[in-house]
Write a protein that binds this ligand. Structure first.
Ligand SMILES: Nc1ncnc2c1ncn2[C@@H]1O[C@H](COP(=O)(O)OP(=O)(O)O)[C@@H](O)[C@H]1O
Ligand SMILES: Nc1ccn([C@@H]2O[C@H](COP(=O)(O)OP(=O)(O)O)[C@@H](O)[C@H]2O)c(=O)n1
Length: 400
């Protein structure tokens, strides 16, 4: 329940009973009421904030010219509702705009305007204390604390909760344990933006040199590097139930279901305290792109290594001599290229259309390629990883 201060001025004193009936008829409780005549000193103190205004002396003369009624009104939203019942300050304007208002009915002009009401909760508190120093404002404080708490929640957790609930409801299928999903979402997205690592996607065909360049970035910038392929291979080696299925998909160059890769990546990202994270070889399918952004994090840009198949094939066959990978052989390589063109290139096109792609010519030597790559990261200040330069350079971000 809120309280406000009301005053029936000398020009409307003869209508005071009628005005009080209107007040009570509008669901206000009159918690305190006192008729009195203000001394000039008390009037000057009450209207102190207007002391330098031209109308001040006229106002003091008017307000001390007869009896006034000072009241404390009680109601939900008392301050605003009482102002609304009063109508515009100038009774002439009130007659035009709010003919039923108290000022329209009982006032004459801007000075003789029948009644006064506090214009804010803090003014109400000050004015009530002025006329009724003993009045207990605990209830009003409780209300304003409630308002403050509401505002605090609106400014802090409500936006994140809204986003989380909207995201959750859009998922198909929806999580079987919504509260657990929500808690994971909040632990990933709910902290201050500055504490979350910046995410960089690193994409390119098989053998384009993603891993090689990521190693160099990690060395210079101290980022974390998570390769989707490595995480999947680790899952195979762990002997988990889904490991055998993943092994078969890798041999065939097929893309493993996004939920599996996404949950491995999420776990890896959650476990890092680095300020920058390179996600290598993900998203490799359009639905993975959307899922990552809605469920894990937004990202800075896609570093795309552009390399002809012939070059990639030579590199992979060379790598296959020592890598021990089940897919670095001619037959698997052919399948991987096909998957890349049909399934992964559309991801690049999708991000290109959003101007998120930094395209790198990956045919040069590793060191030459890195000279261009590193320029995309030096613009992030080392302290907070906020880009300090926003324009892209022509060698690294030209659209196809
Ligand atoms: N710019 C390059 N020039 C020549 N060989 C490269 C270059 N970048 C990487 N390689 C070699 O090619 C193979 C594939 O590189 P890698 O970084 O593993 O590719 P990806 O992670 O894209 O599959 C590796 O044997 C690597 O040493
Ligand atoms: N997002 C991803 C990344 C890799 N993979 C699988 O892991 C294999 C190896 O990926 P990788 O990134 O280690 O290797 P490259 O093919 O890039 O050389 C792919 O051919 C896919 O079978 C996947 O299914 N989904």
């Amino acid at each position: 329940m809120e309280h406000t201060f009301a005053m029936i001025k000398p020009d409307a004193f003869e209508n005071a009973d009628e005005i009080c009936k209107i007040i009570e008829g509008a669901d206000f409780k009159i918690a305190e009421k006192e008729s009195l005549t203000l001394t000039p000193a008390k009037a000057k103190s009450f209207y102190g904030e207007h002391k330098d205004r031209a109308f001040f002396s006229g106002l003091i003369e008017f307000i001390t010219s007869g009896t006034i009624v000072a009241m404390v009104l009680e109601k939900e939203n008392a301050v605003v509702d009482w102002r609304s019942l009063l109508g515009p300050t100038n009774s002439k304007q009130a007659e035009e705009e709010a003919p039923d208002s108290i000022r329209a009915r009982y006032g004459t002009d801007v000075q003789k305007n029948a009644a006064h009401g506090s214009d804010s909760p803090s003014a109400a508190e000050r004015e009530i204390k002025f006329f009724f120093p003993e009045f207990d404002l605990t209830e009003t404080h409780r209300t304003s604390q409630g308002e403050e708490a509401k505002e605090y929640l609106m400014m802090t957790v409500v936006p994140t909760l809204n986003k989380a609930l909207t995201t959750m409801c859009r998922l198909s299928p929806r999580p079987s344990d919504p509260l657990q999903w929500l808690s994971e979402y909040i632990s990933t997205n709910g902290t201050a933006k500055s504490q979350k690592p910046k995410i960089f996607f690193v994409l390119g065909g098989p053998g384009a040199g993603k891993g090689t360049q990521c190693d160099k970035i990690v060395q210079e910038f101290d980022y974390a590097h998570f390769s989707a392929g490595d995480l999947l291979r680790a899952e195979v080696n762990s002997g988990s139930e889904q490991g055998a299925m993943i092994d078969g998909m890798i041999k065939d160059g097929k893309i493993v279901a996004g939920e599996i890769t996404l949950s491995l990546l999420r776990k890896a990202i959650d476990g890092t305290d680095k300020k920058g994270v390179l996600i290598d070889g993900f998203p490799r399918k359009l639905d993975q792109a959307g899922a990552f952004e809605s469920q894990v994090s937004d990202f800075e840009f896609v570093l795309f290594f552009d390399c002809p198949e012939k070059t990639m094939e030579e590199r992979l066959l060379q790598r296959g001599k020592t890598s021990g990978r089940v897919d670095d052989n001619a037959e698997s390589i052919r399948k991987r290229f096909k998957t890349f063109v049909e399934t992964s290139l559309p991801v690049i096109e999708y991000y290109d259309a959003k101007s998120k792609v930094k395209r790198i010519d990956a045919t040069q030597s590793p060191d030459e390629v890195y000279k261009v790559v590193r320029e995309n990261f030096t613009v992030y200040s080392s302290s907070n990883l906020t880009p300090t330069v926003t324009s892209s350079n022509s060698t690294s971000s030209t659209p196809p």
